[in-house]
Design a protein around this ligand. Structure first.
Ligand code: ADP
Ligand code: MG
Length: 618
């Protein structure tokens, strides 16, 4: 039998390897912009078409390349940034693997134009599927311009795998934001399909954050600064009252490289202690400067993970520094400054055994939507029997109200009278039903076996959620036109997300038009929502949506319906008339799953007479 192992042709090997480095347009953007940063540019323009699918162009005013280097740059493992294995431990540049250009050229049509300051003429190279088509001298500005067209043109399977333009654009904006934050002294502009999305003049970090996230961030930032022998730390944390429901605004940079690190994240959060409202995430943009020999960034090709020595010390420094900043800005008045003052001292003399790495425990099998059987057990009489119902109220619903009249107190009688009045107008309502509002939060209703308590906000959320889901399916949301259409300006990534969701958002009854850069005009909102601030509504809707998608991994429509329902529901603390309570109860029991709150908890709980009697006998 002949030998069967053969070396793959370069082009094929490159295509395969390219998959590691370039998964989507955003990865190519990241690599190209980082190359421009490494080349010392202080002005970088990014031009995109079709969310980078048909064009990614990066123009920089950095050092440029010689003719030979230009040609070499497309070879695999060709890099000017490290020469020997030891250099891996002294990395200060973003790139070092020498894989990006080779990978991009393997799966796209690339034109590179570059000139060094000292050269009279520049070089232009056309390369496609790893094959150099043309190379010529040309006149060119100092620096490099690289055009990447039709990414994945020769790997259709990958191309088909790409998501819609708004989704891909969001990935690009995520990468862009990180690089822009890490390099505030560099001017950036970003054009997409002919529109300028960002124009970021060179600035200090605080200004850059404001340019990226919006003017109102000016008041939200607290500076953090710490200088120790192990690390230097600087940046900003957001004031706790502006913490958001999503983690979108949390950035750690180690030697200017964006990283994700649950441990360090925990250090920051723990500094906030109980200052944060439940389930909210504070903004932070923190830069750690550390001796490169103390870290290993060669862990993953996409390079958002880092390993470091002195992990515990770094944790302690970050925690104390953030805590101290919050204290200094009067956010935590009760802090003990004496103790926190010398972090250096703390780090070098104290052992760190007491610091425990965060652990996250969760039940991977938990799915709130599988809990039908559980509901059945808890409130058997509330289950939908499955039969077709003419009235929205379950057939067995009235049986809840067979209460002996003798048991009613004077106060109940007052309510009862009102109930009867209401019943005369609306015959379908169970005549015996009694409803009381407790602390503007719960609706209490006596039932045959005792009484039940309904969490009014959870109930309303459930009702709206099921209604919105249905509207999404049938495109049946009714819009209520605004007298004064509002224009709403979002940040770029939210705007892209909104565009992606627009068909569904319209199905819910929003009447929204695009109106220039990052701006929409809201001409109508779902009829179920009233007295809301359009601006806030859209922002929180998108935020809730992101949250649902990233944490609960829900599908698109579910996330939307859920987010809108939680926003639009009447909040705890709202007084309700008897009429309103009746309506709420009717609508609740017309739901598919009346007892399942959107957070997976209960909407209704019951107390049996026996339980009550037992209490008195204790
Ligand atoms: P790496 O960045 O890991 O070195 P790349 O494939 O991204 O690998 O780039 C290969 C080489 O091409 C770089 O080391 C650098 O010398 C050169 N290069 C790439 N982009 C630029 C640019 N915009 N300006 C100047 N030189 C560049
Ligand atoms: Mg590179």
């Amino acid at each position: 039998m002949p030998d069967i192992i053969q070396l793959l042709p370069d082009a094929v090997a490159n295509q395969i390897a390219a998959g590691e480095v370039v998964q989507r347009p955003a990865s190519a953007v990241k690599e190209l912009v980082e190359n421009a940063i490494d080349a010392g540019a202080d002005k970088i323009q990014l031009i995109l078409r079709d969310a980078g699918k048909s064009l990614i162009q990066v123009i920089d005013n950095g050092g440029g390349m010689s003719l030979t280097d230009a040609r070499m740059s497309f070879e695999r493992h060709a890099t000017s940034k490290i020469r020997k294995a030891d250099d891996l431990f002294a990395i200060r540049t973003m790139g070092f693997r020498g894989e990006a250009l080779a990978s991009i050229a393997a799966i796209a049509q690339v034109e590179l134009k570059t000139r060094r300051h000292e050269d009279e003429l520049g070089t232009r190279i056309f390369i496609e599927g790893s094959e150099v088509l043309k190379q010529e001298a040309c006149s060119a500005d100092t620096g490099t311009s690289i055009c990447v067209k039709n990414l994945f043109y020769n790997t259709p399977a990958r191309r088909n795998f790409l998501k819609s333009n708004p989704v891909e654009m969001r990935h690009i904006l995520d990468e862009f934001q990180r690089i822009a934050l890490a390099n505030p002294k560099v001017f950036f502009s970003l054009y997409h399909d002919g529109q300028e999305v960002y124009h970021l003049p060179a600035a200090i970090l605080k200004q850059r954050i404001i340019h990226l996230f919006g003017n109102n961030y000016n008041q939200r930032l607290v500076p953090v600064e710490e200088d120790t022998t192990i690390i230097k730390l600087h940046g900003f944390v957001g004031k706790p009252e502006f913490a958001r429901k999503t983690r979108g605004e949390q950035f750690f940079f180690v030697n200017n490289r964006f990283i994700r690190d649950a441990y360090l994240n925990h250090a920051v959060l723990s500094a906030f202690e109980e200052l944060l409202p439940d389930e909210t995430y504070p903004l932070y943009v923190l830069f750690i400067d550390i001796d490169p020999s103390k870290i290993d960034i060669n862990v993953h090709p996409t390079k958002t993970e880092i390993k470091y020595q002195d992990e515990k010390a770094i944790y302690a420094i970050i925690r104390s520094a953030v805590k101290r900043s919050l204290g200094r800005y009067n956010i935590t008045p009760s802090l003990d400054f004496d103790q926190e003052n010398s972090i250096e001292h703390l780090v070098t003399t104290k052992p760190f055994e007491e610091i425990v790495a965060p652990t996250i425990s969760f039940n991977p099998d938990f799915n709130p939507f599988n809990s039908e059987s559980k509901i059945e057990r808890e409130i058997p009489f509330l289950r939908n029997t499955g039969e077709y119902r003419k009235s929205p109220i379950p057939a067995n619903w009235d049986t809840l109200y067979e209460i002996s009249k003798k048991e009613t107190t004077l106060q109940q009688q007052v309510y009862e009278e009102k109930t009867i009045v209401a019943d005369e107008q609306e015959v379908s309502r169970p005549a015996e039903r009694q409803l009381f509002q407790v602390h503007s939060r719960f609706i209490l209703s006596p039932i045959k076996s005792g009484f039940m308590l309904i969490n009014q906000q959870a109930a309303h959320e459930r009702i709206l959620y099921e209604r919105f889901l249905q509207q999404l399916q049938n495109h049946s949301g009714v819009s209520q036109q605004s007298l004064f259409p509002q224009s709403v300006t979002l940040n770029s990534s939210d705007f892209e997300l909104l565009k992606e969701l627009l068909p569904d958002i319209r199905a819910l009854g929003f009447d929204i038009r695009e109106f220039g850069k990052n701006t929409v005009v809201v001409e109508g909102i779902p009829a179920d929502l009233s007295n809301v601030d359009e601006n806030k509504l859209l922002e929180t809707l998108l935020e809730g949506y992101k949250n649902n998608q990233s944490i609960l991994k829900l599908d698109k429509r579910d996330s939307l319906a859920r987010s809108l329902a939680r926003n639009a529901a009447t909040k705890s603390g709202t007084k309700m008339s008897l009429e309103e309570m009746n309506l709420l109860v009717d609508q609740l029991f017309a739901c598919q799953m009346p007892n399942l709150a959107l957070n997976g908890k209960l909407v209704i709980t019951t107390f049996t007479l026996n339980e009550l009697l037992e209490r008195f006998e204790k």
